[in-house]
Design a protein. Structure first.
Length: 74
């Protein structure tokens, strides 16, 4: 079964939401995906932050890490 993450779920993973991470651990990374509008919304939210802030750097790093293991559907 494949799960497609919306912006709320993707953000929750970035915040390391315990309940969602526990749920997702039962699935392979290939079973979890997102779509380009979600990636764009996450990127927009990160770009609104000060480029030198700790939060900006942490969120950018977490986004990059997640996108390396979560498929982005066309």
């Amino acid at each position: 079964m494949r799960y497609v993450l919306d912006t709320t779920a993707f953000s929750a993973i970035m915040r390391r939401d315990k309940d969602l991470l526990t749920f997702l651990k039962e699935y392979r990374p290939g079973d979890i995906a997102t779509v380009p509008p979600v990636v764009a919304e996450i990127q927009y939210g990160i770009k609104r932050l000060d480029n030198f802030s700790k939060k900006y750097l942490l969120l950018k790093s977490e986004r990059d890490r997640l996108l390396s293991i979560i498929n982005v559907l066309p």
